[in-house]
Design a protein around this ligand. Structure first.
Ligand SMILES: Cc1cc2nc3c(=O)[nH]c(=O)nc-3n(C[C@H](O)[C@H](O)[C@H](O)COP(=O)(O)O)c2cc1C
Length: 185
């Protein structure tokens, strides 16, 4: 059975980013997958300290909630990372999470992930023009490929400043559910 992990990098739980990530997970569940969502803002996830312990034995020296998340990611078929755009980038919460993914790559830059582990990225932004930050989104896709993920899709929802804005974008919501199904295959 497929397992899909969702990460919400917005501190606004219940707002646009979480709604979109949840929609993808719902699509995956309908296709038979089990899912788990982590709201990283509400968790104890400390910034990487660069101690390089994970270069030696693959294990992070910081014992916090990231221990569980890393184990879940290694045992899953796909990960969905959602973040609002803050100052043209992902949120600090999302970036803190991303830095802590360092144990997923070995010292020789090979990945510990099972080949074919999928990823999808979800960005929400106040700016209605969804191409405005495309170079950053492409860079982020490349970063996840470097970690060993098979990046399937980057979803961008523009004009999502207020709670409920993303639900009004029905076509995007439908595509999100479809992506969830695709991630289970
Ligand atoms: C500190 C901060 C910085 C932001 N920077 C940008 C930005 O650079 N570009 C943009 O389009 N929207 C920006 N926004 C708006 C958010 O990206 C947008 O409201 C997003 O949909 C919020 O996601 P949420 O509803 O899941 O919290 C910013 C919002 C905050 C609070």
């Amino acid at each position: 059975m497929s397992k899909i992990i969702g990460i919400n990098g917005s501190p606004r739980v219940g707002f646009n980013t979480e709604v979109l990530v949840k929609k993808i997970l719902e699509g995956a569940e309908k296709a038979g997958a089990t899912t788990k969502l982590f709201n990283v803002d509400r968790m104890d996830i400390k910034p990487c300290r660069g101690c390089m312990a994970c270069r030696k034995d693959g294990i992070c020296s910081i014992k916090d909630d990231m221990t569980e998340v890393l184990a879940e990611i290694k045992n899953s078929n796909a990960m969905v990372l959602g973040s609002p755009v803050y100052m043209l980038q992902m949120t600090a919460q999302a970036k803190t999470f991303v830095d802590r993914l360092f144990p997923l790559i070995r010292g020789d830059f090979t990945s510990v992930l099972d080949p074919g582990t999928k990823a999808a990225l979800v960005f929400t932004q106040g700016q209605p023009d969804t191409t405005a930050f495309s170079s950053y989104f492409e860079h982020t896709e490349n970063m996840f490929k470097h970690f060993g993920f098979d990046v399937q899709k980057t979803f961008v929802a523009g004009g999502t400043g207020k709670k409920g804005d993303v639900e009004k974008q029905e076509e995007l919501m439908d595509k999100a559910a479809m992506l969830g199904e695709e991630l289970t295959n």
